[in-house]
Structure formats: structure tokens, C-alpha cells
Design a protein around this ligand. Sequence first.
Ligand SMILES: Nc1nc2c(ncn2[C@@H]2O[C@H](COP(=O)(O)OP(=O)(O)OP(=O)(O)O)[C@@H](O)[C@H]2O)c(=O)[nH]1
Ligand SMILES: [Mg+2]
Length: 125
Amino acid sequence: MLIADTAGRLHTQTHLMDELKKVKRVLGRLDATAPHEVLLVLDGTIGQNAVAQAEEFNRGLGVTGLVITKLDGTAKGGVVLAIAQRLRIPIRFIGVGEQAEDFGVFNASEFVSALLKSAPRDAAA
Ligand SMILES: Nc1nc2c(ncn2[C@@H]2O[C@H](COP(=O)(O)OP(=O)(O)OP(=O)(O)O)[C@@H](O)[C@H]2O)c(=O)[nH]1
Ligand SMILES: [Mg+2]
């Protein structure tokens, strides 16, 4: 198995986006079915901006899965819901801390339970 981990970039950096497209093209030349997965890693702390970024990367590269990191230390876990609704790209992995055990396969029902448990109680209730 080959994992090609690229350096981070913004979708507005045209030359770096072209570089990514080239990586994909070259892999496709070696094996017409490659790459078998194109994962986009998004920082969960950027909130709704993550949706816009994912849309742009998807347009240019055809993203097949998402990894959302830094869901610890942020109340913006709701971005996961926006991504699921708007993009329809599966979330494969999430990160909730800096240790290896804080990284794992995304489980939608576990995530929703945790999100509801951590939601602040309605002050009027
Ligand atoms: N709190 C927290 N920190 C994280 C999480 N994921 C990554 N980090 C930290 O964020 C920093 C950057 O992580 P990297 O894995 O180097 O990020 P990257 O996207 O590969 O960065 P580049 O390759 O430079 O583009 C490190 O200090 C990580 O420990 C997470 O889920 N939670
Ligand atoms: Mg890196």
C-alpha cells in the first residue's frame, strides 16, 4: 500500500493545486485505477470554512473521503454535520487530540451521541 502524504495547502494556491492534480495524473498513468482513495484532511477548528475548502478541493481533485482533525478543544464539531449535508463525501477518520490513540475511524452514531452529550443545556429549560 502506498500513502502519498502531501504538504498542506490552501485551495487558493493555484500552483500547489496544479501540483496535486499532477500527482493524481502520474499515479493514474502507472495504474488506471489509482489513486484508490483521495483523502482531504481538514482542521475542524476552522468551522464552516472547512465546507468551502472541501468544495474547492473536491472540484479540482475528486475527493473520496475526509479526515477531520482537532475536534477536541473546539465547539465546532457541528462542522461535521454541515459537511455531511452539503458535500456527501464520507468522513473516514477523525482526530480528537495529539496522541496516536486520539486518531481513529469515524463512527457517525458515536459522534452524534458525543455531540448531543456535550451540547450546553438550554438556559430557559
Ligand atoms: N489537539 C489536536 N492537535 C492535533 C490534532 N491533529 C493534529 N494535531 C496537531 O497539529 C499539529 C500539526 O499536525 P500535522 O500532522 O503536522 O499537520 P499536517 O496537516 O500534516 O501539516 P503539514 O504537513 O505541515 O501541512 C501537530 O502539532 C499535531 O500534534 C488533533 O486532532 N487535535
Ligand atoms: Mg504533514
